[in-house]
Ligand binder design. Sequence first.
Ligand code: AOF
Ligand code: ZN
Length: 377
Amino acid sequence: MRRAIGLALRGWGRTHPNPMVGAVLVEDGRVAAEGLHERDGGPHAERAAIDSLGRPPGPHATLYVTMEPCSTAGRTGACTGAILAAGIRRVVVGATDPNPAHAGAGFAVLRGAGVETVTGVLEAECADINLIYNHWITRGTPFLAGKLASTLDGRIATRTGESKWITGGVAREDVHRWRALFPAIAVGAGTLMADDPRLTARREGMAIECPTRFVFDGRLRSVVDDRLPAVYSDEFARRTVAVTTRHAGEGYVRKLRDRGVGVWIFDSADARVPLAKFRARCADEGIIGVLFEGGANLLSRALSERELDYLIAYQAPVIFADERSKPVLGGLRTERLSQAIRLADVRRLNLGDDSLARGRIVYPDGVQIDEALSGLG
Ligand code: AOF
Ligand code: ZN
């Protein structure tokens, strides 16, 4: 199953809106064939493994697959059908396909046909491969994740504003992996103006990839007259969408649209984009996952509006111990421990001297937004 997981991950970022799936066909204790779902619309992992064998599997073959085989025709024919047609009598599965069209139906089909079906092997790992898909297919809304990087005492910049770099090279490379996974990335105008990030995924030995780039800028103050930020002017400018409100000047909107930059305009009493409306628009446009990369204001708002589903948090073994340094998150008034936001299904990783903790965000009942701080960005 670990080998099947490795195969599934080769589809990283290329299978949307489909899941990443890997499959290994074992005969007499040896790997006879492998397959993966390489891209949306392409053959499913099970079929890819069976086809690559080039002959019927032996009578005692076992198919290991990271996700439940599909049991309805879809665009590529049911995998349960392919398994039965190949005469495979034993199937070992990682995670259940959360797609309501399947959700265990594949197991019933296999078992009904007398195939020995083992489920739940490395289940958590297999489900973790498809964070975006699992959310999208069950809720029909995009998976909104936040990425942050802080010191051990939860700070992202010194009192004078220095922030490059708190985390080391290995952690920063890992960020590019997530950028390559998510169909879209979002940043706030403040971050855009301070850092001028390109928001592309740049990985050793691989072509530069550019997801959809969202800039949250309620008044379009990042559309300055002299030098435009890179995301509005580089070769991927058409991949950029400024997310703004009616409070933005029409001249700025026109200036962006003239360059091929998208502009989404939302109604809002203040100059802040309501994240629930943004999420709904993404769903309409088929954007199934967005990685919020900062800054602190945008992430804090997403959290206080309870619109963030997941957090990817890097932490460096660095301490400022300075109240005037900049905190990674804010805007809530958490008086009791029972009001704390928590992560569930937490996974941890060491990256050089830094660490990564990521997990699903669980919101408590009744946390108050701190009005004094809610004027953030
Ligand atoms: C599998 N193995 O490798 C994948 C599965 O449009 P289609 O035909 O590609 O079907 C898409 C659905 O099939 C998708 O929503 C999910 O439920 C399942 N994906 N299933 O058995 C695979 N990629
Ligand atoms: Zn299938």
